[in-house]
Design a protein around this ligand. Structure first.
Ligand code: GLA
Length: 718
């Protein structure tokens, strides 16, 4: 039973939410407060949670502040960060909620709370994903009074962990420097992790992982991800009472939402989990949950194709002839999806003009896109195209016709980023224009993939149609507007694969994951930098969605860049027109090898075996019980002298089984393949025999023969 209710007839009920391996418990205590009790390993007996109830308070410390709450609201003797803040129509600014009942529907629990005077209710919603060890939670606020209520903040989730000195990880990223992970320790005060950029953004990750002594394979970790494609906020507050509060949801930095009579506000969902086996288990639970629940069909179960993207080769300088030449070579080396990036529409010859004008440039494509698409299809590849639907350049027909369609303040010059402004997605006419413009291109051409970019987060929260007193609702409305147009386009074109990009990895979140089929992880395609970007990404997000291109960036051995990109969903960004036959042959063989293992990489269990940060080299393994592939990257700059060999210890193998093990790379002591498949049979026939126990406990020796050395260790159970 996933949801266990105890004592619901007593006024002090206990709610126990059990998944396969975890329990989450809260109650209504004797003081009437919704008190958070427990999140951890499985406990099956709800009676054990009968609480004495806190909430008595003591001098100077109120009962609310000294109780770990399940939902707290501003005012009413609370001085801590609270789950919500609102103002009633008559100016009263504290909310006094009392429990008034609960119900369950399938795997979802609804707990209703009501204000002691006003007709305002708050419903706590918990959906239990028993198989996945995940709980999804959100809140619904309803106003039943004539006077409007203004909601000023609303987190989706609040719970507490007993103890002090918890550590947490997040990222402090930039464009081309995504997922630069940091760790902090909170001994007192608050830590805020936030984006106010109308998207998850490079600067921080809409997720938390909190722990005391966890490693990759051991220790308790409490974690959560926010399913929201807008400005978000996470607050960790160490109380002086011996626990830490964790709140997560939408950002309230610039937020207000008016509720008229009968209206409701539903918060985004936050998915939380608990691992008693460190970060490895956390990442794999989230990846399984993403594949099983979040990702849309039909690509959810299909491995992604190897794509070629022309951006790093041609930038804006696209032409039919040049793209055809690239396509011929791309097909020849094994690419399956050919993508033309920016520059094909309007008067788009650089980033100063054209955004918003979604018609094919007749200068560059006199006969439209059809000749190029037919050529690409005749070469056996699918065709994909770049869009940036939410934006407009002032130098565009769209802006000249509709200068009022962007967010902007009166009496202020329009602010631009990358020479562009953001279209006002709160307007139905703007949303309709975008949907129709993109639909037209998609229905007139055989396009089966779009790269949906977004390169400027707005800060002017003003719209021509929204009354000024509601400008603080724009962040939320914009996020809703973005998801509405993306969902409508996906509904109209379910077979088209959507990639989410925002100057690289600026829009990576679980709401976007639910509509799109992959993320563009970073514009930084330097294989070395990618290793840490990808490591940070992999903590909270599934590998299948991690698009990674091999390019010319970084002047590293080509194999290194390829191996780094083969750790995700492989793409190629090299200027193929400049490659000689020898180089093309090498690429062909990498692509072939990737196809041999891509199902394992995209769907397998991930193990971060060694990290540049702590071990001086990186090793990442993908396994599915039967087969395993570990990518090892070493000889990197930090290591300096010596290049001592390391022993790479795999995980997840059967200790008693025998494995065939083959190291693949370009040095004499490893298997240096030509273009043939390296399938199971190849590994079995050419590999050495080792036990699973040996491979996991003693490991495979790898020598870093030269700077930026990499190899792949394949293991197949016999
Ligand atoms: C952004 C993206 C790039 C590329 C360019 C095109 O910077 O992140 O990958 O598509 O736009 O202008």
């Amino acid at each position: 039973m996933a949801i266990i209710l105890y004592g619901t007839d007593t006024g002090t009920p206990v709610f126990l939410l059990n998944t396969k391996n975890t329990s989450y418990a809260f109650c209504i205590n004797k003081s009437g407060i919704a008190e958070h009790l427990y999140y951890g390993k499985l406990i099956n007996s709800p009676a054990d949670f009968e609480t004495e109830g806190r909430g008595e308070g003591m001098a100077y410390h109120s009962g609310y502040d000294i109780t770990p709450e399940e939902i707290s609201s501003f005012g009413c003797q609370r001085y801590k960060e609270t789950s919500m803040k609102l103002t009633f129509g008559d100016g009263v600014r504290d909310l006094r909620l009392a429990y008034c009942g609960c119900r369950t529907e399938d795997d979802t629990l609804y707990v209703d709370l009501k204000d002691m005077h006003y007709s305002l209710t708050v419903t706590l919603v918990y959906k239990v994903y028993e198989e996945y060890d995940i709980i999804g939670r959100s809140r619904i606020v309803r106003n039943g009074d004539d006077l409007p209520v203004t909601v000023e903040s609303l987190y989706s989730s609040e719970f507490a962990l007993r103890g002090t000195g918890y550590r947490y990880i997040n990222s402090n990223g930039t464009w081309a420097g995504e997922f630069r992970m940091y760790e902090n320790r909170l001994n007192g005060g608050k830590a805020i992790i936030e984006s106010t950029r109308n998207a998850a953004a490079h600067v921080s990750t809409p997720a938390f992982a909190v722990y005391q002594n966890a490693t990759e394979t051991a220790g308790d970790v409490w974690y959560g991800v926010i399913e929201y494609a807008g400005s978000f906020k996470i607050c960790l507050e160490q109380t002086p009472y011996g626990w830490m509060n964790i709140l997560a949801g939408m950002s309230d930095t610039d937020f207000e939402w008016k509720l008229g009579k009968g209206e409701q506000l539903v918060s985004p969902t936050v998915y939380t989990g608990y691992s008693d086996n460190g970060f490895d288990a956390m990442s794999n639970v989230l990846a399984r949950f993403s594949r099983g629940v979040i990702m849309p069909e039909p690509y959810r179960k299909k491995p992604l194709d190897v794509l070629y993207n022309s951006w790093e080769a041609t930038a804006f300088d696209v032409s039919c002839e040049e793209q055809m030449k690239l396509a011929e070579i791309a097909a020849d080396i094994g690419v399956e999806l050919f993508v033309m990036d920016d520059g094909w529409f309007g008067r788009r010859n650089n980033d100063h003009a054209g955004l918003g004008d979604w018609y094919v440039s007749r200068e560059k494509f006199p006969d439209g896109l059809t000749p190029l698409i037919e050529k690409v299809n005749s070469l056996g590849m699918r065709f994909g195209l770049w869009f940036e639907p939410e934006m407009v350049n002032p130098d565009s027909d769209l802006y000249r016709a509709h200068p009022d369609w962007t967010y902007h303040y009166r009496n202020r010059p329009l602010l631009l980023g990358r020479n562009q402004a953001v279209l006002d997605l709160t307007r139905a006419d703007v949303r309709e224009y975008i949907v129709e413009a993109v639909s037209e291109i998609l229905s007139e051409n055989n396009i089966s993939y779009i790269k949906w970019d977004m390169n400027y987060p707005f800060s002017e929260c003003a719209s021509e149609l929204v009354p000024p007193e509601e400008f603080k609702s724009l962040h939320f409305r914009h996020a809703e507007g973005f998801t509405a147009i993306a969902e409508e386009l996906k509904r109209r074109f379910p077979q088209v694969e959507f990639e989410a990009c925002a100057s690289g990895g600026g829009r990576i979140d679980y709401r976007t994951m639910g509509i799109f089929d992959e993320f563009w992880t970073s514009d930084n395609t330097n294989g070395y930098d990618r290793l840490s970007i990808q490591e940070g990404y992999s903590l909270f997000y599934p590998i299948k969605y991690m698009r990674a291109w091999a390019t010319d960036s970084g002047h590293f051995p080509e194999e290194f860049n390829f191996h780094a990109a083969m750790c995700g969903s492989l793409g190629i960004g090299v200027n193929l027109n400049r490659c000689d036959e020898e180089r093309l042959a090498r690429m062909r063989s990498h692509i072939q090898h990737y196809k041999d293992i891509r199902t394992l990489v995209q769907f397998g269990t991930l193990h971060r075996l060694a990290s540049l940060k702590t071990d001086g080299y990186q090793a990442v393994q993908y396994e599915n019980g039967e087969e395993s592939a570990a990518f090892v990257f070493g000889g990197v700059r930090e290591r300096g002298f010596g290049m001592l060999p390391v022993r790479v210890k795999m995980r997840g193998l059967d200790p008693d089984a025998e494995y065939a093990v083959l190291r693949i790379g370009s040095w004499q002591d490893v298997f240096d393949r030509e273009t043939e498949h390296i399938d199971r049979e190849t590994v079995i026939s050419k590999g050495v025999r080792k036990s699973g126990a040996y491979l996991m406990n003693y490991g495979t020796e790898v020598r870093f023969h030269y700077d930026m050395y990499s190899c792949i260790i394949r293991a197949v159970k016999i």
